[in-house]
Ligand binder design. Structure first.
Ligand code: THU
Length: 133
């Protein structure tokens, strides 16, 4: 099957190779899969003005959102850290906003973890807390 774990992981590793991370040297690759089977990839991008950098997950997510993504069902994130790495807090918030029902697969070269976006950000803040405009 085209969208099985192995295939998505391969795409994430490939995306990771395009990371622009000359400051941290920490490459991250991400792939989103939507309900139509479309994939959107991203890698982290850094800047000499450090706070302008963007994580792989949000690069993939914002690309997906501006290129007609449907319902995001899966998120795959790969690094070569000693343990599979969980998304940062900012990415959890962004994923909650746009992919609340997604399953997340985290992997390094020899290990994997599976968790849902809803588990990554319990008690999330979102638009449900805001007054009607
Ligand atoms: N990074 C990601 O791409 N995703 C995360 O969830 C955590 C961190 C990137 C940001 C930065 O380019 C590098 O990893 C080191 O923090």
């Amino acid at each position: 099957m085209a969208d099985d774990d192995a295939s998505l992981l391969e795409a994430a590793w490939e995306a990771r190779e395009r990371a622009v991370c000359s400051f941290s040297h920490f490459k991250v690759g991400a792939v989103l899969l939507d309900d139509a089977g479309r994939r959107f990839t991203g890698a982290n991008v850094e800047n000499a003005s450090y706070n302008l950098g963007l994580c792989a997950e949000r690069v993939a997510l914002y690309h997906a959102l501006t290129h007609g993504v449907g319902t995001i069902e899966r998120v795959v994130i790969v690094t070569e850290a000693a343990e599979p790495t969980y998304p940062c807090g900012a990415c959890r918030q962004a994923l909650w906003e746009f992919a609340p029902g997604a399953e997340v697969l985290l992997a390094n070269r020899h290990d994997q973890r599976r968790i849902r976006v809803s588990e990554l950000l319990p008690h999330a803040f979102d638009a449900s807390a805001l007054p009607d405009p």
